[in-house]
Design a protein around this ligand. Sequence first.
Ligand code: NAD
Length: 341
Amino acid sequence: MSSISPRNPMKIAFFSYKSYDKEWFDKHLGDTGFEIDYFRVRLVAETAQYAKGSDVICAFVNDDLSGPVIEELAGYGIKMIALRCAGFNNVDLETADRLGIPVYRVPEYSPHAVAEHAVALILALNRKTHKAYNRVRDGNFSLSRMVGFNLHGKTVGVLGTGKIGRVFAELMRGFGCRVLLYDKFPNTEMEDKGYSYVDLSTLLKESDILSLHVPLLPETAQIINSGTLKMMKDGAMLINTSRGGLINTEHALKALQSRKLGYLGIDVYEQEEGVFFQNLQEQIIDDNTLALLMAFPNVMVTAHQAFFTREALDEITRITLQNIEDFSKGVDNENRIELPE
Ligand code: NAD
């Protein structure tokens, strides 16, 4: 558990706050002495001023920590950025480094949470459980158009075998799938366990189900595009619980329309900022691509909830507070993000 010590008057500006965040942070704050100002708004250039008078920014996946926003935050005296997530594609690390603002993240909180959600998307898309639930509630007990396929014996491609990809591979092996891996840096432990690494084109060509677990980087941005989609098996299933920017969504839409892509399950979406994490029930969704995607019978969209388990929230909160505590005391902490060489 956290070694947070009594009284530490750090003032934290907490952006993109949801009620569950407060519940977990209140539970873990203990006697840290940290003072948290919760803001429902997303951090963007127009809302950065809320951070005036704070020492630390606590931000989430869709907060904007681009260069100009960080410059503004530096002007308000912000000393540290504490991400309460693993991915940091939304942060201009060079600007933060130049301005002497360290950026911390929570690199691992529960790879199981995300990997299990990827499996949930596969099972629901395949066996149409979401439709079955609604049908039966509506008194429709017919099985027409509900047929799925056995996972057993199918080939599953894992693109990225970091913490989440490795757990996902083990889960799919448990179903009796043939699991193929691709990573820029193959993991010898996976090879020792009998998994095979293949090149990207083999992964694309042989997978019945392809699941994305690489971070969003310039070299992985839109790694799924018309070219790579063309290489995939006809009718394959594509799952993305990593970052929306890994898929060129327009190209994926075309592949669905041409029946090249058989299923698409996404927990993340290229343009999710401003839509995901909001209740827009009574509003018109001003995103034609997303609206079209949601209308497809073979597409399942969840709103960036793969991380959302009690165990993960507990870890995220504990580690975020520990990061702030370590920073305030000048204690070395490996969760500080290093600038890439
Ligand atoms: P990780 O850093 O442990 O693993 C990433 C893997 O990708 C590494 O093995 C790395 O070698 C590989 N990789 C990097 N660049 C590559 C490239 N160009 N080609 C091939 N492989 C490459 O990360 P993780 O903890 O497994 O998380 C993966 C991603 O999942 C995160 O970056 C984050 O974006 C996403 N995520 C999503 C949620 C959610 O709720 N949907 C929650 C947590 C994490």
